[in-house]
Write a protein that binds this ligand. Sequence first.
Ligand SMILES: Nc1ncnc2c1ncn2[C@@H]1O[C@H](COP(=O)(O)OP(=O)(O)OP(=O)(O)O)[C@@H](O)[C@H]1O
Ligand SMILES: [Mg+2]
Length: 358
Amino acid sequence: MAKDFKRSYKFAVKTSLYLTLFMGFISALLLIFAGVFSWVLLFAFVISCFVFSFLIIQYRVEFFIYKKIKKIYQNVSILSAVPLKPGQVSTDMNTLSQEVEKFVEGKKLEIETLKIRDSYRKEFMGNISHELKTPLFTVQGYILTLLDGAMKDKKVRKQYLNRAAKGVERLIYIVKDMDMISKLETGELNLKFEKFDIVEVVQGVFDLLEMKAAKKNITLVFDTEYEPVWVKADKERIQQVLTNLIVNSIKYGKKDGTTEVTIEELSQKKVIIRVSDNGEGIEKKHLPRLFERFYRVDKSGSRKEGGSGLGLSIVKHLIEAHEEKIFIESSFGIGSEFSFTLEKAEKPRGITDSPEGA
Ligand SMILES: Nc1ncnc2c1ncn2[C@@H]1O[C@H](COP(=O)(O)OP(=O)(O)OP(=O)(O)O)[C@@H](O)[C@H]1O
Ligand SMILES: [Mg+2]
């Protein structure tokens, strides 16, 4: 808005012309009646009348519009008040209304964004309370039953206390996840970059999740045998990314299925790590929202898996904190592939065959 408007003199010229015509006509009559009519006199009067009225009108109009428009701006634009100088305002109403329209469009967009954000916030609050409510009520239920007399039975007491402890564990898990997301969003979580062998980290995650996978007879494998692949990243966080992705591939994988990890060179500076499964797959319509906090494809069905829909949101935040990219490809009923990039690193000096990291 702070640009110079096109100056227009049309209004002042036209109005001065009308005035001059009228005044010229009246003064001609007066001169005739007074008996002193002279063309020179009339011409001088007409010219001075035109010049004088033009200057007054032009100045007054500019001043008037400047005052009015400034007031409108002050009223409308609370967020981006742009100080107007008299020189920036003109009598060219077209330019002015175009500028105001542009301004209104901008405000409309801003309001839309705020509305979307507000509904997202409401949905988010609802999700949090829902996720916390379920385990809280479970814990409360067991404790109240115990207090009501169930604690007298030694066997029931142990069983209920164990279940209550599981509920508390679940609560801690959700709160920890939320804490990590908010730290990532506010930029509080500092990454500790180091050089490490990504193959070794993947193997470590495979080992940790072996039991979980065995329950569904899912095999965790590399697509081929790998030499160490050195990358520069926060080892602990990348381990978490891999854990979340591989746990998902088990949770949403088919019985007797396979989760395969591939490590490829993407460019001179990057490697890409792919985690693919032959599980249930994800319908296309869910893909754009999959990385949102609390977003789950099957809100009821897979609830028995105990997920709260935070896993992928954390994955995305962690990868983005590394300034890397994450991709997803999925065919419903066939399987899914999550892949992310990492920065390559030189093999650290002094490391020979089987490295322990940097
Ligand atoms: N490999 C996969 N195959 C099929 N669906 C998947 C896969 N990974 C994720 N999804 C879908 O994406 C949704 C979101 O995943 P996310 O990891 O964020 O949450 P979650 O696994 O439900 O819970 P959490 O990870 O917080 O315990 C899941 O509910 C699931 O429906
Ligand atoms: Mg998950």
